[in-house]
Design a binder for this molecule. Structure first.
Ligand code: GLN
Length: 450
């Protein structure tokens, strides 16, 4: 059953939230041992569903079951960021996005696995073991929102939340064959998100269908008093208007080919783009994004520095352990690297230079959006590797070559499946200018319906 029909059944009383929650809970208990997508299951979810049924709440997510990345606070549940640092940390409050989900009748079923403190693109950097790809359990899911993508794909929940600093929603969405969206910076409140890099982080939805991500984003988006970076505008109900019936100019860029490690991915995305353009009579235009190849190098100094600064609170005095004492290799690399960058910042060596490069890439995207409504690219340049394979750091960092530009530019970007290669799902990315989520969802819907 598709999500829209299911929601209709729930709201009409033909399916009860208790039954919906119970069937997912049982499935997780039966099958998640082989996927490892949840770190902590909400044992109270049935009770919460009963209370919901008794209440007057018949909100927009009434009775839908939602998994939440372990980097987002859900009151009473363990938000450990998949790290020993916060191993037993139970969140004392709800993140803004979680309050909004609860207000609309959504049920939180548990906290999903991820790369430790959201650092990584494979899902292997979790202190509690890697998440396995439901499409092939020998392969990585991608990351960092590994559990959120896998749980949706394995049908352990209706929808999930991830966070995306450089691709962490879109990368695992691509590898697992689900839909994932990074909203424009400032559309969704970050209050209650344990930050990786505060100037780039955004919380966003994952789902099996475009409809689900559109619905969840329209619930979690919108102004909050607690996040000062937010854009003040009325949020449309994206899910109610997914028909593409406007004139659209699609941008493609020749530099994407060189960035694509696996040429088959590039070809698949090119074909899917061609089909979209033909079926919907769109216009195709080449855009120039010559600095896009510097996106990865620009991103890491920013993330190292902001991560170093953000993690100084994890000194073990108030809660948890001192991060340097217990975290994994990737987290430590960023802390040590961030420390060095911070120390040399009086000369403006790295961080300020990276900020300048960020501005150039942002400007380049803005120039492109004067000519086109969207830019279509592959989501990830390579296919998912085997779990445990020794991948050089630089190679893993390069997995985000196509996703990082949207974070640097503050724009929105969504991933939807374009096809399969060697039995593995492969996603296509649609980038639109800031706060053009409506247009982006329509285009994603058009790709989905073929
Ligand atoms: N892979 C990128 C990193 O390691 C992106 C992470 C993210 O988006 N949270 O920083």
């Amino acid at each position: 059953m598709d999500l829209k029909s299911k929601l209709g059944f729930l709201r009409a009383g033909k399916l009860s939230p208790v039954d919906n929650a119970r069937s997912y809970l049982e499935k997780i208990k039966r099958e998640d041992k082989k996927i490892n997508s949840f770190l902590h299951v909400n044992e109270n979810v049935i009770e919460e569903a009963k209370l919901l049924e008794k209440s007057k709440n018949r909100g927009r997510l009434y009775g839908l079951v939602i998994g939440v990345k372990s980097a987002i606070n859900v009151r009473g549940l363990i938000a450990n960021c998949a790290s020993k640092t916060l191993e037993n940390y139970r969140a004392t409050y709800d993140a803004d996005v979680v309050s909004k989900i609860k207000e609309e009748g959504g049920l939180i079923i548990g906290m999903t696995n991820c790369d430790e403190f959201c650092c990584g693109s494979s899902g292997e950097h979790s202190a509690f073991g890697p998440t396995k790809n439901p499409a092939n359990t020998n392969l990585i899911t991608g990351g960092s929102s590994s559990g959120s993508a896998a749980a949706v794909k394995a049908e352990f929940c209706d929808l999930s939340l991830g966070s995306d600093t450089g691709g962490s929603i879109r990368n695992p969405a691509s590898h697992c064959g689900v839909v994932g969206v990074k909203p424009s910076y400032g559309l969704v409140s970050r209050y209650g998100l344990i930050d990786l890099s505060m100037s780039l982080d955004q919380i966003g939805p994952l789902s099996r269908e475009v409809y689900g991500s559109a619905l969840l984003l329209s619930v979690i988006a919108g102004k909050s008093k607690r996040d000062a970076t937010m854009f003040n505008s009325k949020i449309p109900e994206y899910e109610k208007n997914l028909k593409l019936n406007e004139e659209i100019t699609v941008g493609v860029c020749k530099d994407f080919k060189d960035l694509c490690e696996e040429k088959e991915i590039y070809e698949l995305v090119e074909q899917a783009t061609g089909k979209l353009v033909k079926n919907y009579k769109l216009k195709l235009v080449k855009v120039d994004l010559k600095h896009i190849k510097l996106a990865v190098q620009t991103y890491y100094p920013l993330v190292y520095t902001e991560f170093y600064s953000g993690t100084r609170k994890f000194d073990g005095r108030k809660y948890g352990f001192k991060i340097e004492d217990v975290c994994g290799e990737e987290g430590l690399r960023r802390i040590l690297g961030g420390k060095i960058i911070t120390q040399s910042e009086f000369k403006g060596m790295y961080y300020r230079k990276a900020l300048k490069a960020k501005e150039i890439i942002k400007q380049e995207l803005q120039n492109a959006f004067k000519k086109v409504d969207c830019i279509i690219s592959p989501a990830v340049p390579s296919l998912p590797h085997k779990i445990g394979a020794k991948i050089p750091v630089e190679a893993e960092y390069a997995y985000d070559a196509f996703t990082i530009p949207a974070n640097l530019g503050g724009i929105c970007a969504g991933v939807v499946q374009a096809g399969n290669i060697k039995g593995v799902p492969v996603g296509l990315q649609i980038m639109c200018n800031s706060f053009n989520e409506s247009k982006m969802f329509k285009l994603m819907g058009a790709v989905e319906s073929g």
